[in-house]
Design a protein. Sequence first.
Length: 320
Amino acid sequence: MKIGIAGGGAFGTALGVALALDGNPVYLWARDADRVAQMQETRKNPKLPGVTLPLNMSFSAALEPLLACDTILIAIPAQTLPAFLTAHADALDGKTLVACCKGIDLKRMTGPASTIRDLVPGAQAAMLTGPSFAADIARGLPTALTLACADDDLGAILQTALSTTNIRLYRTTDTIGAELGGALKNVMAIASGVAIGAKLGESARAALITRGFPEMQRLALALGAQSDTLAGLSGFGDLVLTCTSEQSRNYRYGLALGSGSGFDQTTTVEGAATARAVRQLAHELDIDMPICTVVADLTEGKTDVSTALNTLLSRPLKEE
Ligand SMILES: NC(=O)C1=CN([C@@H]2O[C@H](COP(=O)(O)OP(=O)(O)OC[C@H]3O[C@@H](n4cnc5c(N)ncnc54)[C@H](O)[C@@H]3O)[C@@H](O)[C@H]2O)C=CC1
Ligand SMILES: O=C(CO)COP(=O)(O)O
C-alpha cells in the first residue's frame, strides 16, 4: 500500500512519523511550500517540537506525489475538507480516502467520511479517529484508535496497514458513529474548558462530561450511528481525553472563553464550527442538545458564561 498524507499540521505529520518509523515510505503533501522546504531541510515540524522526521518521509507542496498514492490520509481541518475534495475530485476518484479530521461540515451538515462519499463517490471512504494527541503519537507513546470503514474487507486491510508499534487500531463498519463521536466530543471539550476556566469546579466538569455523553448519543443515534461506537474509543474515549487535558486545543479554547482571556484565533479549534452545525441539526431534527447549543451561542458571543450556566441549570428536572 502506498500511503500519502494530505496536511502538514500536527496530526498529519505525527501519523506520518508513526507510519514511517514502522517502515512505510510516507508521502506528505502540505499546501505551504515554506513549511515543506523547512521539513525537508531540518527534518522538523514546529508543530511537533522535539520530534525528528524519519528519512523515509518525503514532503511536497505539489500534489502529484500525493495523488500517486492509493491510500490517502486526510488531516486538514474539517471545514476545509469539502473544498479540498471538490478541487481534486477527479484525481481522487478510485482511491481510498481516510479522513483523519473531526468535525461536522457547516454547509453540508455531514461528518468527514460522509462528505467524502458525497463529493468523491468513486472513492472508498474511511475514518481514523479516537483519543490521541499528535504529540503523543509522534513521540511513540501508545495509543488506541478506531478505524471505521463501511466495507469491512477494506477496513481489515487498513487496520493492518495503518496499525504501528504505538498505534493500535480497532475496527468498525460504523463510519457515522465514528465521525460523529469525534466531532461532538470537541464541543463537549469546549464546554469543559469553559467550566474550569470560569472556576465552576471539577464537579461541574464531571457533570458536563456525563450529561454530554447522552447528548452526543441522542444526535448520533438519530443520524444512524450505533450506540456501541459512541461508547468506544472514537466517542467516549476521545470525550474523556479531550475534556480533561490542556493538550486539547478545544479545551484550551473553552478555558479562554470561561476565564475571559485571549486565544490565538489561528489555532485549529474544530468544536466551534461543529457546535453551530449541531445547533442547526438539533433544531431541524427537534433533538434536545442543550450543552452544544450553549457552546454555539458562547462561541458567537450570543450569550455569556453566567447566562449559559443559568440556561443549563434552570432546565426542568428529570430522570437520569
Ligand atoms: N492535533 C491533534 O492532536 C489531533 C488532530 N486531529 C484532527 O486533525 C485535523 C487537523 O488538525 P491538526 O493537524 O492538529 O491541525 P494543525 O492546525 O496543526 O494543522 C492543520 C494543517 O492543515 C492545513 N490546512 C488548513 N487549511 C487547509 C486547506 N484548505 N487545504 C490544505 N491544507 C490546509 C494547515 O496549513 C495546517 O498545516 C483536525 O480535524 C483535528 O481535529 C485528530 C486527532 C488528534
Ligand atoms: O482530537 C484530539 C485528541 O484526540 C485533539 O484534540 P484538539 O483538537 O482539541 O487538540
